[in-house]
Write a protein that binds this ligand. Sequence first.
Ligand code: COA
Length: 366
Amino acid sequence: MSPENAVFTPGLSNVVAVQTRLSRVDGEAGELVIAGHRVEDLALRHGFEAVSHLLWHGALPDASKLESLRAELGRRRVAAHRLLTAERFRPLADPMDSLRAALARIESTPDPEDDTLTIVAAAPVANAWWWAHRSGRPAPEPSPRLGTAADYLRMIASEMPSDIEARSMDRYLVTVSDHGMNASTFTARVIASTRSDLVSAVVGAVGALKGPLHGGAPGPVLDMLDAIGTPEAAGAWLGRELEAGRRIMGMGHRIYRVRDPRAAVFEHAVTELEASGGPARRLALARAVETEAEAQLADRHPGRSLKANVEFYTAVLLEALGVPRQLFSATFAVGRIAGWVAHYLEQRGEDRLIRPRSEYVGPAPR
Ligand code: COA
């Protein structure tokens, strides 16, 4: 369409203001606050169930509430396993398609709190079921006595994780649990605002997360580290990529102008894992690549601060924990689902339809 045929309405804003008590992202300071706590503090001190409770109820749970939430999620993982294995339903080829389809099988009820527990428990089971099927193994039985993080790792690897591995997975899930009005969270809120059910909101959010501009970068980060191979090769490899006009995966962020605070949490977790005798393959390489990429990007874009984002060390951490790279995005969903649900509940509390306005730029009526 030529510009002279376009109808342009100046001043029309399609920005939707959403007020939330759930999280604040400060891109200049590099700070992520989740329900009144800095993400670094939450990840160090609390596990996935405690932070889910914080997001859903506005306060960290006491010991007895925490225990009963862990136990209830454990029981519902068992129920999800039965649901997925009872019929001749098969995982789909793509892990995110498979997760979306598995969650979509959950029947919604009039009680969003009940649906919350069912769907949060089902996500790790669905991912482990996909991986088992892919590896030619029967779907692993969940262990209701374990927390979500430990049981997820156990179901994927078919063996009990060490304490430090389980704690690192907890840190991962906590750190990605919420992050402002990102695309998948906004999707969940729009669906909630129509008074639709919680299962529909989460299924829609999984669809948004699947896109490579949102949840898909950590797999390619590992591919990049594989291709570079050694720290000494980083400079030349990155130079060639940038010369060819390609983007360096895991670097840059729409909001952060400094290093993504979540990268530091994951880097710290990998450091601890390697110090405890875990696989010490990647950290030195990852750090060398990050330093080199930051320097080369600063040379090419002096006005733009391009630093490591959450996906860079997600790749290194999840690999160190034995999560297959095909499951990285779906593992992100296991943590982020806590935030999606919290935003669903918050939006339902407001009970206001989200209806962005669009700006018509088509031809004028003849
Ligand atoms: N590698 C190389 N160049 C990059 C880059 C990267 N990772 N990130 C940004 N740039 C360049 C852009 O090409 C652009 O150059 P130009 O002005 O010559 O066109 C400039 O830096 C400004 O970037 P901009 O497009 O304003 O950044 P954005 O805010 O739109 O993009 C991302 C943010 C995350 C989409 C972008 O940094 C990116 O693609 N990163 C790699 C993918 C990734 O890690 N995604 C996960 C995000 S959590």
